[in-house]
Write a protein that binds this ligand. Structure first.
Ligand SMILES: Nc1nc2c(c(=O)[nH]1)N[C@H]1C(S)=C(S)[C@@H](COP(=O)(O)OP(=O)(O)OC[C@H]3O[C@@H](n4cnc5c(=O)[nH]c(N)nc54)[C@H](O)[C@@H]3O)O[C@H]1N2
Ligand SMILES: Nc1nc2c(c(=O)[nH]1)N[C@H]1C(S)=C(S)[C@@H](COP(=O)(O)OP(=O)(O)OC[C@H]3O[C@@H](n4cnc5c(=O)[nH]c(N)nc54)[C@H](O)[C@@H]3O)O[C@H]1N2
Ligand SMILES: [Mo]
Length: 754
């Protein structure tokens, strides 16, 4: 790490900077030559699915879809660096605990199974067979299967996810929290109530037909950069693009496509946002209500659609028209003139798409906000026609597929019924723990075994201090993983690290290479085929690990675990009989580019209780009245925790947040320059940040203030460093997603000596 620098970035996103950073990351991982060849296989019909994000692949490919952060994700997995048994022999776990998260992951790929040895405070090698015996012994010793927790991160393939949930349920629990609980859970909960499914309704082709795009609370330039190509094409066609984001994110303003020689030459690029609005953090419910109000005032509704397909219109109408503009404006932070402009653009659109990301979901009122965004679409019949629809932007590359495969603490009854029939066992019916529930159970000592299928539970969750303490109380922690991270260092009394193959690697079972499948953000299911030699010959695939664990743990199981894993087609055959929409899975998925899942709203079929699409609305005052007001004399700010351009969730690639102009360090906090002055502080001031909640206060020390174009009263800093501040009991109503984008904080200057 070098010294913190801040130089506002004036260039377009993408372009030469992206190309340079990509090459640097390949070089950094020691794979410059190999890496370039590898990338040509990324997101190709015959290649592997990029582990970077869940944005879909276009049908027509040139050579490869260039994406700087996709390169970083692939390079991080394909790195030459290894963390071996010799390394663990040289360093105690206490020593490792003192190292940074960046350091831990930088060590490279894990090479063999390791177990914690308390006598020497080291991780030492263990054979796979002994590892499975050990875990089985722990699981069998539990008083109830519900004392175990089986977490999933969203990179896990459909096949592995399906086996994993089967294993957990045959073992006897629905305790299957996943990263989705911290991510798009409000989408998965809110959308079914509105339109009958918890997934986006658009396909990539719809972006070719839309004339109006409303983008809420996501940062494509960094987190789904291939979307910039789509946005650029739309902008060039004249599609109006309205952006709603408290921060001016570079990627949403201007983009140079590194694959366009002309654009690269002039480095000018394409203007993305037609209009860029900077609302207050959490102001989106008011924005959506304001748009609805505008359309209702104009009377330019799609009345046919509303009459034929919807229910609840009168409630929305009454609420929207009764909410004074002044209230909508104050809450959103946008002006009346801006609302007239936004309303007019949306109202005159013939086919509109609304997209959203973490800026919408990680709030207390996320579910209500998503439902209000859907209302806006319904008013103009913008669901079930070309170029229109709802487009939640998922995070992990297979997070949507994992849920489809049954990774869910609240499995549907019909899913369990089919699972029971196919595998001849009685699955548990009681709902299990989600992420927040899991942490509570760990803290209370009600859960004793934590098993992580990927991810980094210790650092991705809220209130880091409490979660670390809770994990340390476990009798056993197990992590199936590619790299070392904090969750392995903050360990239970017994602890195992089980290293697995990554997406880019050749997975050979019974002498035959296997492909896995994934589902992208737009419900396309396709094969992903690794091709690189594995990082170590001792690695196992996630599927193999689950099967062998199941054999060790469930001697009575009637499932032919080993047989299923010998040929993943056999797992897919089982999936085709259990998961709705996957009929003929093996036939359909082996077609180039796979297949699209049937989404009823696309043909205006509504699988809701009413059989219609539902307008669901509540008063704006209901959203705002329960805002927490801590008792403190210090000025309170609203903090959002966001990703830098140089990280993948808890994995820190480096210290360059290029588009925001920050480099060298991550302990920063973005604040309006007037706010900095009003606090009597200066740019570069060192501050402690305290978060306030009903359960008390938490503190993050030594952050540097950076003056930034952000609304007054709002501040931003990086996840996961600021997770220490996220209160455990502050989460989205009903969905339980931690409110990582709205944390009540105060600032205090750090007295600097000398
Ligand atoms: N390179 C890279 N790619 C990734 C990831 C990564 O870490 N690195 N993570 C993956 C995952 S799991 C996910 S979920 C996605 C996340 O992708 P994003 O949803 O883009 O996630 P964040 O970085 O959290 O950015 C949230 C954006 O919302 C804005 N925002 C915050 N609060 C509000 C608000 O109240 N209202 C509005 N309108 N905007 C708001 C912020 O300014 C920021 O631009 O990306 C995925 N892809
Ligand atoms: N404050 C705050 N907290 C947040 C968020 C936020 O915006 N703000 N975002 C939330 C969101 S959207 C999400 S999705 C979660 C993410 O939570 P997680 O999914 O739990 O975290 P990741 O950082 O994505 O996990 C990274 C680890 O996965 C492992 N890994 C990588 N590839 C593979 C693989 O192929 N197989 C296996 N088995 N392991 C692999 C590596 O060891 C790596 O260290 O964090 C949430 N937490
Ligand atoms: Mo996510």
């Amino acid at each position: 790490m070098s010294e913190l620098k801040f130089h506002p970035y004036k260039q377009p996103a993408g372009g030469w900077g992206a190309l340079r950073a990509s090459m640097q990351s390949l070089q950094h991982q020691g794979i410059l030559t190999e890496g370039t060849a590898l990338l040509l296989k990324s997101n190709q019909a015959e290649g592997f699915d990029c582990p970077g994000c869940a944005w879909p692949d276009p049908d027509a490919h040139s050579t490869f879809e260039f994406c700087e952060n996709g390169v970083k994700a692939v390079a991080a997995e394909a790195t030459r660096k290894r963390v071996t048994a010799e390394f663990f022999a040289q360093h105690t776990v206490s020593w490792l605990a003192g190292q940074s998260d960046y350091y831990l992951e930088e060590l490279g790929r894990l090479t063999e199974p390791m177990i914690y040895d308390a006598t020497g405070d080291h991780y030492v090698p263990i054979s796979w067979a002994s590892a499975f015996t050990k875990i089985a012994a722990h699981l069998q010793a539990l008083k109830s299967p519900d004392e175990a927790i089986f977490y999933t991160s969203g990179r896990t393939s459909n096949e592995a996810a399906f086996l994993y949930q089967l294993f957990a349920r045959e073992f006897g629990t629905n305790n299957m929290p996943d990263c989705s609980n911290m991510c798009h859970e409000p989408t998965s909960l809110g959308m079914p109530e509105s339109i009958g499914i918890g997934k986006g309704t658009v396909t990539l082709e719809d972006f070719d037909y839309t004339d109006t795009l409303l983008l809420f609370g996501h940062n494509p330039g960094t987190n789904h950069p291939r979307m910039l190509g789509t946005l650029r094409d739309a902008a060039k066609r004249g599609c109006r693009i309205l952006v709603f984001n408290p921060l001016r994110e570079r990627g949403l303003q201007r983009f140079v496509n590194p694959q366009d020689a002309g654009e690269m030459l002039t480095n000018h690029g394409t203007e993305i946002a037609t209009q860029y609005y900077q609302p207050r953090i959490g102001g989106d419910y008011a924005i959506a209500l304001g748009i609805a109000r505008y359309v209702l005032e104009q009377g330019t509704l799609d009345q046919d659609f509303i009459d034929t397909h919807t229910q609840g219109f009168e409630t929305l109408k009454t609420i929207a028209l009764a909410t004074p503009w002044a209230e909508i404006e104050t809450e959103s932070g946008l002006s009346h003139a801006q609302f007239m402009e936004i309303g007019k653009i949306y109202d005159t659109g013939k086919a509109s798409i609304i997209t959203w990301g973490m800026g919408i979901t990680q709030h207390k009122h996320a579910v209500a906000t998503i439902q209000m965004l859907v209302n806006v679409l319904l008013l103009k019949g913008n669901i079930g026609k070309d170029g229109a629809g709802a487009c939640p932007i998922r995070g992990h590359s297979n997070v949507q597929g994992d849920r489809t495969m049954g990774i869910w603490e609240q499995p549907a009854t019909d899913f369990l019924d089919r699972l029971a029939q196919e595998f001849d066992f009685e699955p548990p019916r009681a709902h299990g723990y989600d992420v927040i529930g899991s942490i509570a159970a760990l803290e209370a000592g009600q859960a004793k075994v934590f098993f992580g299928m990927g991810g980094n539970f210790a650092n991705a969750t809220p209130d880091t201090t409490r979660v670390h303490a809770a994990l340390s109380q476990c009798a056993l922690t197990v992590h199936v993983t590619t790299k070392l991270n904090r969750s392995h260092i903050v360990h239970g009394k017994d602890a195992l690290i089980l290293p697995c193959l990554g997406r880019t690697e050749l997975d050979v079972q019974n002498g035959h290479p296997q492909g896995v499948t994934v589902e992208d953000s737009m419900s396309m299911v396709h094969i992903s085929q690794g091709m690189r030699a594995p990082a170590s010959s001792a690695l196992k695939s996630e599927c193999a690990i689950i099967a062998e664990l199941a054999e060790a743990t469930l001697p009575e199981s009637k499932t032919p675990w080993r047989e299923l894993v010998e040929d993943y087609d056999r797992i897919r055959d089982r999936i085709s009989r259990v998961v709705a929409g996957f009929e003929d899975f093996n036939v359909r998925v082996h077609k180039p580019r796979g297949f699209h899942l049937d989404l009823p709203p696309r043909s205006r079929r509504w699988i809701t209780a009413s059989g219609k699409a539902n307008f669901i609305a509540q008063k704006l005052s209901a959203i705002t009245q329960d805002r927490f007001k801590p008792e403190t004399s210090a000025r309170i700010f609203n903090l959002m925790t966001i990703r830098s351009h140089d990280q993948y969730n808890t994995t820190i690639y480096g210290f360059e947040d290029r588009y925001r102009g920050v480099s060298g360090a991550r302990n920063v906090c973005f604040m309006h320059s007037d706010d900095i002055a009003e606090l009597g502080l200066q740019a570069d001031s060192l501050v402690d940040i305290t978060s306030h909640w009903i359960d008390g206060e938490r503190i993050a020390r030594n952050f540097v203030l950076i003056p930034y174009d952000i609304p007054k009263g709002c501040v931003a800093g990086y996840y996961p460093e600021l997770n220490v501040l996220v209160p455990l009991s502050s989460h989205a109503d009903r969905a339980n997603t931690p409110t990582s984008k709205s944390i009540r904080v105060t600032f205090a200057a750090v007295a600097q000596s000398g």
